[in-house]
Design a protein around this ligand. Structure first.
Ligand code: SF4
Length: 513
């Protein structure tokens, strides 16, 4: 039975990214190929589906497919997609399932108007908006379906013969203030591309300039790969419209609602290291996280190693500040696809080996400092520690470059329910015992913020503090925020088992240690 209990994913123990978006307006350029390159650079934000919509000024063509960007498009398809403007999307499903129908961009035509739209983030009022629209359960594949439907109903009010070239822009201005939650959106009609960040700017988006054109992207490396230079990050609450006349900004939200709260985990884990956020290098920020960890929680050891890939810059920082040599202790298989169905416990146990394998010569007899960026459920971390011990490590000291992850994310990261979060259910000492490490320390929130280099810029830290910048409606949060009392997992046989044993923990009174 292909239930969630026996699906083993290579990143089961980490927060899941939730989509990358891209848009390009470039007359005379092969925009479908540019979009392909841009999406390729954003592949880390979602691997379940990829898609693009291309316009030649008179019609929009959409192509989307499940799987990786390289699976979704071949040369023939790209060459057939002629036009001068395009948007694209890489999807990780946080709402809706990973079937083709939920891939993006979504497309609608209403009378003379057509639109395509792609979305990064999660709305918290999807259900009430869908109810208002009269959308039947089962017809809402993703938040983007609801936003497209809202836009379609606005466009339906525009008389066909009006030739309103700004109809989509006006529809967005009417619809966007009704959305609650996290949304970085790219949208298009036949002649414009439009980028929007929600009033908190939970998810990133930046603007780039080509010689003869403009680019919008979730992260700046997607600009580099198409030869665009970074102009700037979009401000929270900003909407940018790009067309033949150039690029202009609109502010569709009430200024009182604008309050920057970029996802802190973009710095910790989600964004590529070569991305710039709030003007800062993500890689350098991660190195500083490691330096701060070494100051905060020093330990006597022989080797500092990072958990590939995102733990490595912090491990470098830890090594630099502590003076303990940096080395590699784990090799990551870079070519893992999405998920596989593990038929039994033995196969599930082997799953972690599919992702990570120890470098025995570097580890045997060594006292290790192992630096990871976060611990969400703890299943992979526990398996990894066991692997390091089997490879001969004499001590394992775990250092985590973010504070304990205690609260589920409702803004676009798939971290499961509160009952599944290790730090919501155990004290630090219980976690240390569960993971079987000699010592354990998490970076404090204050030191994490200082490591970003953007203290005071405005961050969401809800998964660490429970302080949700956008209120979570009760019907959305009820089951996800609950902690179900269960039993302590048995020690053996838990590797990558996301069934009851591995994913449920004692409900502890000291969850806010
Ligand atoms: S809750 Fe955590 S993961 Fe979600 S947006 Fe806020 S900081 Fe990011």
């Amino acid at each position: 039975m292909n239930t969630v209990e026996n699906v083993v994913g290579p990143d089961d123990d980490t927060p899941k990214e939730a989509c990358g978006v891209f848009g390009v307006y470039a007359p005379g350029q092969p925009v479908s190929h540019l979009t392909y390159l841009g999406l390729f650079a954003l592949q880390h934000r979602g691997q379940e589906a990829a898609g693009m919509a291309v316009s030649d000024g008179s019609a929009i063509t959409v192509v989307k497919e499940t799987g990786l960007v390289s699976n979704a498009f071949d040369d023939r398809t790209l060459s057939a997609l002629n036009g001068h403007l395009a948007i694209g999307h890489t999807r990780y499903s946080t709402t809706g399932s990973s079937v083709w129908r939920n891939a993006q961009p979504v497309y609608r035509d209403v009378g003379d108007h057509t639109l395509a739209l792609a979305h990064n983030g999660n709305l918290v009022n999807t259900r009430s908006l869908a109810d208002e629209l009269g959308m039947l359960p089962g017809t809402v594949g993703s938040d983007s379906d609801v936003v497209a439907e809202l836009l379609a109903s606005e466009l339906a009010k525009v008389p066909d013969e009006s030739s309103d070239h700004r109809a989509l822009e006006r529809a967005l201005v009417a619809v966007l203030p009704r959305l609650e939650g996290a949304f970085s959106i790219v949208a298009m009609d036949e002649g414009h591309i439009i980028g929007v960040r929600d009033p908190h700017g939970f998810r990133p988006m930046c603007l780039g300039k080509l010689d003869k054109g403009w680019v919008l992207a979730s992260e700046s490396p997607a600009l580099d790969v198409v030869g665009a230079h970074l102009v700037r990050e979009l401000d929270p609450g900003e909407m940018i419209v790009i067309d033949a006349t150039g690029c202009r900004s609109l502010w569709p939200f009430d200024s009182a609602d604008i309050e920057p709260r970029l996802c802190l985990f973009e710095f910790v884990y989600f964004a590529r290291p070569d991305t710039r956020l709030y003007g800062q290098s993500v890689h350098q920020a991660r190195v500083r996280m490691g330096e701060n960890l070494a100051e905060q929680a020093p330990v006597d050891a022989d080797l500092v190693m990072g958990v590939p890939e995102s733990g490595i810059p912090a491990a470098e920082g830890f090594a630099r500040r502590s003076g303990i040599p940096f080395g590699h202790g784990l090799v990551k298989n870079r070519y893992i696809g999405r998920t596989f169905i593990a038929p039994n416990q033995q196969m599930r146990a082997l799953g972690v080996r599919m992702k990570l394998n120890p470098l025995r010569d570097n580890i045997a007899g060594q006292r290790l400092v192992v630096v990871d960026d976060s611990i969400v459920r703890g299943t992979t971390t526990r398996a990894m520690v066991s692997m390091l011990r089997e490879a001969g490590a004499s001590e394992v000291h775990l250092r985590v470059s973010s504070p304990p992850y205690k609260w589920p994310c409702f803004y676009g990261m798939d971290t499961g329910t509160r009952g599944e979060l290790l730090a919501a259910n155990m004290s630090i000492e219980e976690i240390r015992e569960y993971l079987n490490v000699d010592s354990l320390a998490y970076l404090t929130l204050e030191r994490l913020l200082s490591a970003t280099g953007a203290v005071g810029a405005g961050f969401c830290d809800a998964c660490l503090t429970g302080d949700y910048p956008v209120a979570i409606p009760e019907e959305v949060g009820k089951h996800i925020l609950e902690i179900t009392p269960t039993r302590v997992p048995d020690a053996p046989g838990l590797l990558l088992d996301s069934s009851q044993e591995a994913l449920t923990f004692i409900a502890s009174d000291d969850v806010d240690e």
